[in-house]
Design a protein around this ligand. Structure first.
Ligand code: UD1
Ligand code: CA
Length: 453
């Protein structure tokens, strides 16, 4: 049987006090609705519908390129009305799963349980017991413990308010029931809204089976209404990631002070000091050491590499046994071969650094190719940009670049060549040659310092 997912994301999220639509606020660097869509996609639905309203344009931009259909809910008349907007496009023979864009951490196994029950022709409801159920819809059950209705907090009687089992909002059911019951909803209630939750009583009256299923933990169904809840959920998520990597053989100096924001893979015996952020697509091989306050984004780090504190790697590939930092900045397109060394206050960009080559101090190397065993002295700069165009610098194997050399690209320094310290190199230096380009020193023997007049 086919399955379709409807994600509700039209609400305004007033309490975020933000220009950004609520569902675009990130958890672990990814918009909340992105988490929901990624989880939904893993269920392989035949169609994915996202209901948008407030901040629709920003949301559409974010959703562009994904395989889903965006449904407009011009006016937010309630969750029932929201789902109804998507129904014309939903196949009547499918099972429908309804998710919320602001409940980001819902987990796949829980949803699979709901879908299993719904595909057997039942209404599967995700519920949870809360110590404080204030504000939520309450699950009303009969003497046989069968679910008979959901009553919204604002419509609940004194007795109903004491119920601690609440509606998470997430449910799955045959599409034909939605097609049948949604048009029958009325807005005659405390909030003047078309409540999706009213279909529960309709299902019960029709004698259908209602399955109440529980998530594996409360955080899975935690909705985000303000930035406090966003931060709480973020911390919980990060703690769980930290625990995962520790059980996989990673040493974390402090599991509360490391953030994982993206698609991360880490090998064995990796050691990560405090305040490290791993972001985007990151691959860390075995035995890597990452010092305090490093940010590693969309990069690969080979086995045994040591990254000292305060270093940043962005879209860079680092091979094995490299030594980076402290205070190094590897910008996009940096590729270090085995055993390369990038020292303090060195910036690289689109730089291929050959095996065992060293750029130890205070340098900028951009749009450059360095062979093996090159030594770049302190203060060396590739002048790669004339204000309009970028040019390449090529340095051959074993070259020695004297301190404070300016390499005016396009320029080539041959294998085994040397540049004199303080040179401004504008012409190619052939293999093995020395290039010196600086004013000659003159010593004035009879020179005297000026004296006070
Ligand atoms: C809803 C449930 C309640 C449940 C609670 C869980 C109803 C009537 N009530 O209440 O039983 O305990 O969620 O958090 O369903 N949305 C739209 N369009 C609308 C209205 C809402 O897209 O017109 C979206 C919101 O963006 C949000 C979700 O639906 O993602 C829930 O809406 P919200 O207003 O937060 O519902 P609650 O009143 O909290
Ligand atoms: Ca809510």
């Amino acid at each position: 049987m086919s399955m379709e997912v409807i994600v509700l994301a039209a609400g305004q999220g007033t309490r975020m006090k933000s220009r950004l639509p609520k569902v675009l606020h990130p958890i672990a660097g990814k918009p909340m609705v992105g988490h929901v869509l990624d989880t939904a996609s893993r269920l392989k639905p035949s169609a994915l519908h996202v209901v948008v309203g407030h901040g629709g344009d920003q949301l559409r931009d974010y959703l562009a390129g994904r395989e889903l259909s965006v449904v407009e809910q011009a006016e937010q008349l309630g969750t029932g009305h929201a789902v109804d907007q998507a129904m014309p496009a939903v196949d009547a023979d499918s099972t429908v799963l309804i998710l919320y864009g602001d409940v980001p951490l819902i987990a796949e196994p829980t949803l699979r349980q709901l879908l299993k029950s719904a595909s057997q022709g039942k209404l599967a409801l995700l519920t949870v017991e809360l110590a404080d159920p204030t504000g939520y819809g309450r699950i009303v059950r009969d003497h046989d413990h069968r679910v008979t209705a959901i009553v919204e907090h604002k419509d609940a009687s004194e007795a109903e308010l004491s119920i601690r089992e609440i509606n998470t909002g997430i449910l799955a059911l045959p599409a034909r029931w939605l097609k049948q019951w949604l048009p029958q909803l009325s807005s005659d209630n405390a909030q003047g809204e078309y409540y999706l939750t009213d279909i529960i009583a309709m299902a019960a009256k029709s004698g259908e089976t209602i399955d109440a299923i529980q998530p594996s933990c409360e955080q899975e169904v935690q909705g985000v209404n303000n930035r406090l809840q966003l931060a709480e959920l973020e911390r919980w998520y990060q703690r769980r990631q930290a625990e995962h990597w520790m059980t996989e053989g990673v040493t974390l100096a402090d599991p509360e002070r490391v953030d994982f924001r993206g698609d991360i893979e880490i090998g064995r015996d990796v050691s990560i000091d405090i305040n490290v952020i791993l972001e985007g697509r990151v691959r860390i091989a075995d035995n890597v050491v990452i010092g305090a306050n490093c940010v590693i984004k969309d990069s690969e780090v080979g086995a045994g590499t040591v990254i000292k504190p305060h270093s940043m790697l962005d879209e860079s590939q680092v091979a094995e046994g490299c030594d980076i930092g402290p205070f190094a900045r590897l910008r996009p397109g940096t590729r270090l071969a085995n055993n390369a060394k990038i020292g303090n206050f060195v910036e690289t960009k689109k730089a291929l650094v050959g095996e065992g080559s060293k750029i130890n101090h205070l340098s900028y190397v951009g749009d450059a190719t360095l062979g093996k065993g090159v030594n770049v002295g302190a203060g060396t700069i590739t002048c790669n940009y004339d204000g309009v165009n970028k040019f390449q610098t090529e340095i051959g194997d074993g070259a020695f670049i004297g301190s404070n050399t300016s390499l005016v690209a396009p320029v080539r320094v041959g294998a085994g060549a040397t540049t004199g310290a303080g040179s401004t190199i504008t012409k190619a230096i052939e293999d093995g040659e020395l290039g010196v380009a600086r004013g000659r020193q003159a010593n004035l023997k009879n020179w005297k310092r000026p004296s006070k007049q």
